[in-house]
Ligand binder design. Structure first.
Ligand code: ATP
Length: 369
């Protein structure tokens, strides 16, 4: 995998063994991670995993129960939110309803005692940045959801923080607008050269925007990696299952050498070239994405291993691709998908057809946890 590299990037935020307890409930559990300068970093996890709590500790709205957070080498302990070079944009946007767009953007600058002329220049820059020059004198209720989102964004970067924290920034937008806005946010982050840390429970959003993603579960980091690495080389069943869909086949490692392993998974013998650290004799899970499985009417030639027969059980046509659920003869159901653009040469399979499911030895990974 291409690592995330920006030759000029330096470690910027260090979260060191941070724990946050509310009473005896542990929301963040001995969590450590490093975020680089100018990185677009995503905290991804299900509701309640502790991602907002971590963000709030970065902002200074909560203090860690244990551990510390360094920003550019400085321990943030005890530094109040307004004195941190960090700003937070909330999902609710929290725009002032009685103020115009320009006044909303100017609000924090005024509080900081910036001169009238400077404020005017800065507000102009911000309006241009988010393409709302024509809307300067409108009130929030006269704007669309997407426009309000951009005002909130302009307001939160107007003070030029070093780090922008975004809590579910696109949560209030409909799907189409959210997708467009994801690209706008990426462009904006590039243009401003800021570090963005976004909290989201939407894996597609994290995959689209982030340079790196931290997957959180129950207050702990499960994996930190680029979107491609998270998808192609998840380190656990949890991550494999959380991001995208996956077939998990439980089995025992019957043979292992340096580059490959053989796994006996109840009726299906798997030869894999991605054995990870699976030991001979151990129980493992073979994880394979639906698009790595081939479904065909006939047994693929030469496929002694990595092939199983079954019956087509469900077919879903999604336009760009078709999803097949195949019930293998041992009762297991696997999910396979085919890009429809590549389907020209594939036989058309239909409900209840007998079918073979097969895959190459380099498709899929072996997981030990
Ligand atoms: P969501 O996506 O639903 O916002 P999250 O991953 O951001 O979830 P957090 O808001 O960080 O989750 O909360 C993590 C856990 O800590 C939750 O179980 C929550 O109920 C609990 N929690 C958060 N803040 C407090 C608080 N002030 N007092 C008590 N419990 C809290």
């Amino acid at each position: 995998f291409a690592p995330w590299v920006d030759p000029a990037a330096k470690p910027y935020i260090s979260v060191e063994n941070v724990t946050k307890k509310f009473g005896d409930f542990t929301a963040v559990d001995d969590l450590s991670l490093t975020i680089y300068e100018r990185e677009f970093f995503a905290l991804l996890g299900a509701s309640g995993c502790g991602k907002s709590t971590l963000l709030r500790m970065l902002a200074g709205f909560e203090e860690p129960t244990a551990g510390r957070i360094l920003l550019d080498g400085q321990d943030l302990a005890g530094i109040p939110p307004y004195r941190r070079p960090v700003n937070m944009m909330f999902q609710s946007y929290a725009l002032f309803p009685h103020m115009t767009v320009a006044q909303n953007i100017a609000f924090g600058l005024k509080q900081d005692g910036m001169s009238r002329a400077e404020i005017e220049t800065r507000v102009g820059e911000m309006l241009k940045l988010v393409k709302l020059e024509q809307f300067a004198s409108r009130k929030p209720h006269q704007l669309s959801g997407g426009q309000r989102q951009r005002v909130a964004l302009a307001r939160s970067v107007a003070k030029r923080p070093k780090v922008l924290l975004l809590d579910e920034p696109l949560g209030a937008l409909d799907k189409k607008l959210r997708e467009e806005t994801q690209f706008e946010l990426m462009d904006l982050q590039q243009d401003l050269g800021l570090t963005f840390i976004v909290v989201t429970h939407d894996q597609e959003e994290a995959m689209t925007m982030a340079d790196r993603i931290a997957i959180l579960d129950k207050g702990e980091v499960m994996q930190v990696a680029t979107p491609a690495e998270i998808y192609e080389a998840p380190n656990s069943r949890f991550v494999a299952d959380f991001v995208g869909s996956v077939n998990l086949i439980e089995g025992d490692v019957s043979a292992r050498d340096g580059a490959s392993a053989r796994i006996d998974g109840a009726g299906l013998t798997i030869l894999t070239e991605n054995p990870g650290d699976a030991q001979a004799g151990s129980r493992v899970w073979f994880a394979i994405r639906p698009e790595k499985l081939r479904v065909s009417a006939a047994r693929p030639e030469g496929a002694e291993l990595n092939a199983a027969e079954g019956e087509v059980y469900d077919i879903a046509y999604l336009g760009d691709m078709t999803i097949y659920h195949v019930r293998l003869d041992d009762g297991r159901i696997v999910r396979a998908s085919t890009m429809n653009s590549a389907r020209v040469s594939e036989e058309a399979l239909t409900w209840h057809d007998r079918a073979w499911v097969s895959f190459k030895p380099d498709a899929g990974v072996v997981l030990t946890r």
